[in-house]
Design a protein around this ligand. Structure first.
Ligand code: BES
Ligand code: ZN
Length: 456
């Protein structure tokens, strides 16, 4: 490992330059006008994978964005790692809030700023660099690897799930490895053993067939925006609990061990509040902030639209209103079952005089895995070596839908080894990746492949 580690040290600048080139490609999966950029990004990644010595590299065309595959299978008798990540990114809007251009990666104060810096290009890149160091120094990898990098994670694309289901033999492995999560805090290496699921539904409330004069008609018809806000107000009760009948039926409670472990984590509540600019942390009664985010389901209105929102005033009864609502789910809640329950509950809350329609925007199942699997323990040793301290075990509130698909179809242990930080601004303006974590991440990944080798 000495040679591999010193190659990583010597290669810091070129690792950074390579990551910058990856980040310059605006692979925004949700915007149709970036379609060619997404494809270019897949090709760029595939070329780099070939360059470091991965084999059978291909960009697989789908009805959406390409999947990038590659492998190195020359370690007989050693485990096979299926490494998953995504090269697509969230839109960078609102552009005016960025201090430097989102697709012109810029270094400031030890952080690299760009859309995708941590989510997830930086974290994919650190594995590429770790494998490159092994391959260039020893001509081999300590384990077998398969790379599966998708371009539709940020849009819950259906293509990867279908690909995994139809290519189980090709993807056969001993474990799944993912770096698309965050660390608990700076200098607190972390292994994530649980993710929330999600179901996302657009609600359309329709009233009169066009906007009406609120003087002439206000009082005779149901105002769709009054109706919509009334419905939304009833979705949570005074204890912060979701009012949908049966919503909590399948929730697996946290264990006592989990609760006491979370209570011992170095959570800086004052720092958290001041970073977010809020005076209080609120939510479901009876749970701490960490518990609510990691292990309790929640419901959020992501956006509202309707009526007159321009300058000045206009007196109307609007004809319709729209809300985008997401629910983060925990084991064993099923996103489709929850979507059904949500829709019938919202219908039941709608007053006479309006109709309600729904558009479902994707779903993903929650994920939870035991902490004591030997591969997870090996990841712990690797992080200990990369960061000089043992990792903490955390859950996270975000979702990576394909993880549950991997679990159901391939039935493999999953290691979530994340190197982002809670303030890395993923999905927001000024996304950044802490460079020290990037370099420690390369070393940790290199150690992990080494630790997985049965002889080491
Ligand atoms: N990297 C995130 C997932 C994540 C976020 C893990 C926060 C841990 C903490 C991933 O790229 C993501 O953003 N997922 C989406 C999925 C959604 C579009 C279905 C999410 O969680 O919103
Ligand atoms: Zn994301």
């Amino acid at each position: 490992m000495d040679r591999v580690l010193s190659a990583i040290d010597r290669g810091r600048d070129s690792a950074l330059e390579g990551l910058k080139a990856f980040l310059r490609i605006p692979s925004v999966s949700t915007h149709p006008h970036h379609r060619d950029d997404v494809k270019d990004c897949a090709d760029f990644l595939a070329d780099e994978m070939r360059r470091i010595g991965l084999r059978e590299v291909e960009t697989i065309t789908t009805t959406g964005h390409p999947i990038v595959y590659g492998e190195w299978m020359d370690a007989p008798g050693q485990p096979t790692v299926l490494f998953y990540g995504h090269y697509d990114v969230q839109p960078a809007e609102p552009f005016e809030l960025w201090k430097s251009e989102p697709f012109d990666p810029t270094l400031r104060g030890g952080d690299l700023f760009a859309r995708g810096a941590t989510d997830d290009k930086g974290q994919v890149w650190l594995h590429l660099k770790a494998m490159e160091a092994h391959l260039s120094q020893t001509g081999r990898l300590p384990v077998n690897v398969k790379w599966l990098i998708e371009g539709e994670e940020e849009v819950t694309g259906p293509n990867l799930d279908a690909y995994v289901e139809t290519h189980q033999e090709k993807l056969a492995a001993d474990l799944i490895l993912i770096s698309d999560t965050t660390m608990f805090d700076y200098d607190v290496p972390s292994i994530c053993y649980g993710l929330r699921g999600i179901t996302y539904i657009e609600v359309l409330v329709k009233g009169p067939n066009e906007d009406l004069h609120s003087g002439g008609y206000g009082g005779s018809v149901t105002n769709p925006l009054n109706a919509l806000s009334g419905i939304i107000a009833q979705l949570l009760d005074e204890n912060g609990r979701i009012t949908i009948p049966g919503f909590y039926d399948d929730v697996v409670p946290m264990t006592q061990e989990e609760r006491s472990a979370y209570a011992k984590l170095p959570f800086d509540e004052a720092g958290y509040k001041s970073r977010l600019g809020v005076a209080d942390l609120t939510g479901e009664t009876g749970f701490t902030a960490l518990e609510r985010v990691w292990a309790r389901p929640t419901l959020d209105v992501n956006g509202l639209l309707g009526g007159f929102t321009g300058e000045g005033s206009k007196t109307i009864v609007p004809s319709k209103g729209m809300a985008k609502v997401s629910m983060r789910l925990v084991p064993d809640q099923d996103p489709n079952k929850i979507a059904e329950m949500f829709e019938s509950h919202v219908r039941s809350l709608a007053p006479p005089g309006v109709t309600v329609e729904f558009i479902r925007h994707g779903a993903g199942k929650p994920f939870l895995t035991p902490q004591d699997h030997p591969y997870i323990q090996a990841a712990g040793r690797a992080l200990q070596k990369g960061f000089g301290k043992p990792p903490v075990f955390i859950r996270e509130g975000g979702s990576i839908p394909v993880v549950a698909t991997f679990q159901e179809t391939l039935n493999l242990p999953t290691v979530l080894m994340g190197f982002g930080l809670p303030d890395c601004n993923a999905h927001a303006p000024n996304e950044k990746f802490n460079l020290e974590n990037f370099y420690r991440g390369i070393a940790s990944a290199a150690w992990f492949y080494h630790e997985l080798n049965a002889g080491s």
